[in-house]
Design a protein around this ligand. Structure first.
Ligand code: ADP
Ligand code: ASP
Ligand code: MG
Length: 404
């Protein structure tokens, strides 16, 4: 008998019919002799709807209140799923994040899990009851309700699977697994039967939103087997596994894209020690997360520094840079919010030279200009104009023959 954590995303519980289908699946898993813990997201787009409502009543929207509001979404789905389970003869009980023992830090809207105390869930399981847990939420060390950041139900599921020593954490969503590219953008994308944690981390970090980045980090650190699969077809999906177990040693496994960042360029910076330190310290002090950084070669004693930041932080980043004008003696700050990043990811890249050349040639053949480049041992990312990113993805997907 296995212990299985099953997480159902927003589209998987978007209406009454979907909730009943999920209940049938949980019941089936239970009747096969397994213990089940279900984790649910808010129905459909209800988190976005709640955020919109908050924006309509308030321009300040204190983060503590945003969290209290948003956690209501997951409460609705957890109680409805328990009712649907009762109808199919399965004993179930709902638990908020707090009741499930998810203890977080105090960073509202992006809290990190510090500890999981699943005593109540354990007691329910032992009593033959299926705990249904509200995803995406916890209670802080100050006893306030917190949320874990968008897509955070994935983290709830993995954290509970780790704390309960579950045999597998199943992430049910609206696609049949992890694909070689977002199937909504690249119709020929192929479902991967296995992918390594290392590759999945790079995918999640570069826009492949099928799994939230922190959930993959958590699963890797705690050795939680992850299975991403469909709540529409219920067929086997993609296993995220340790690298030595990921049999498909493809040179390139996937192409991702991310349109959530913007670019800032500081022009005519004196090329002296300490200048970059000043700029990036000032950005860090305002909690602006810098991603890619490029510094041009120095000409006539000055240089240009470009970097990317989340689009939501663009105004702050420009303001921070401008505030250093007297100190840093640069000539100008420019910004561009319509950039996008396209990345190719593959563990086999480590031992195969020439991948970078193929990426650049492919983009050149499409007439796509590369504005910035960054690499890791298993990833190559290029910043391009946002209007060209989907063409870039399709061309790279084809160049590396990733299609099914
Ligand atoms: P959920 O609400 O179930 O958490 P998400 O919307 O967060 O679902 O994640 C699933 C979506 O991720 C899919 O509908 C798909 O469009 C998108 N996606 C992006 N990249 C990929 C990829 N490489 N493989 C599969 N899905 C992807
Ligand atoms: N409902 C939350 C969101 O939309 C959490 C989740 O779905 O994972 O971000
Ligand atoms: Mg998600």
């Amino acid at each position: 008998m296995a212990l299985i954590v099953q997480k159902f995303g927003g589209t998987s519980v978007s209406d009454a019919e979907r909730i009943r289908a999920v209940a049938d699946h949980v019941a089936r898993t239970r009747r096969q002799g397994n213990d089940v813990v279900a984790v649910v997201s808010a129905m459909g787009n209800s988190t976005d709807d709640l955020l919109r409502l908050a924006g309509e009543v308030s321009s300040t929207a204190p983060p503590r209140e945003i969290d209290m509001l948003l956690t209501a979404g997951e409460r609705i789905s957890m109680s409805l799923l328990c009712m649907a389970l009762a109808d199919v003869g399965i004993q179930a009980a709902s638990f908020t994040g707090s009741q499930a023992g998810i203890i977080t830090d105090t960073a509202h809207t992006r809290a990190k899990i510090l500890d999981v105390r699943p005593d109540r869930l354990r007691a329910a399981i032992d009593a033959g009851i299926v705990p249904v847990v509200a995803g995406f939420q916890g209670v802080s060390t100050e006893k306030d309700i917190t949320t874990l950041g968008r897509g955070g139900s994935d983290v709830t599921a993995v954290a509970l699977a780790a704390a309960l020593g579950a045999d597998v954490c199943e992430i049910y969503t609206d696609v049949t697994g992890v694909f070689s590219a977002d199937p909504r953008v690249v119709p020929s994308a192929r479902r991967l039967s296995r992918i390594s944690f290392e590759e999945m981390l790079e995918m999640a970090a570069t826009g492949g939103r099928v799994l939230m980045l922190r959930s993959v980090e958590f699963a890797r650190n705690h050795h939680v087997p992850l299975h991403v699969r469909s709540s529409f077809t219920w067929e086997p999906g993609t296993w995220v596994v340790e690298e030595e177990d990921s049999m498909e040693h493809a040179i390139v496994s996937a192409v991702t894209h991310d349109t959530s960042e913007a670019k800032v360029t500081v022009l005519g910076v004196p090329d002296q020690p300490g200048i970059a330190a000043k700029l990036f310290r000032a950005l860090a002090d305002r909690s602006v997360n810098v991603d890619m950084i490029v510094q041009n070669t120095s000409e006539h004693g000055t240089t240009d520094i470009s970097f990317t930041v989340p689009r939501v932080d663009l105004a702050t980043a420009v303001e921070v840079a401008e505030s250093l004008r007297d100190d840093m003696k640069f000539t100008e700050v420019t910004s561009d919010a319509s950039i996008a990043r396209v990345s190719v990811i593959g563990a086999g890249m480590k031992s195969h030279p020439g991948v970078t050349a193929t990426v650049f040639e492919t983009l050149a053949n499409e007439g796509i200009n590369i504005e910035m480049i960054s690499t890791s041992s298993i990833r190559i990312s290029c910043v391009v104009d946002e209007s060209q990113v989907e063409d870039a993805m399709r061309a790279l997907h084809e160049a590396f023959e990733l299609g099914g």
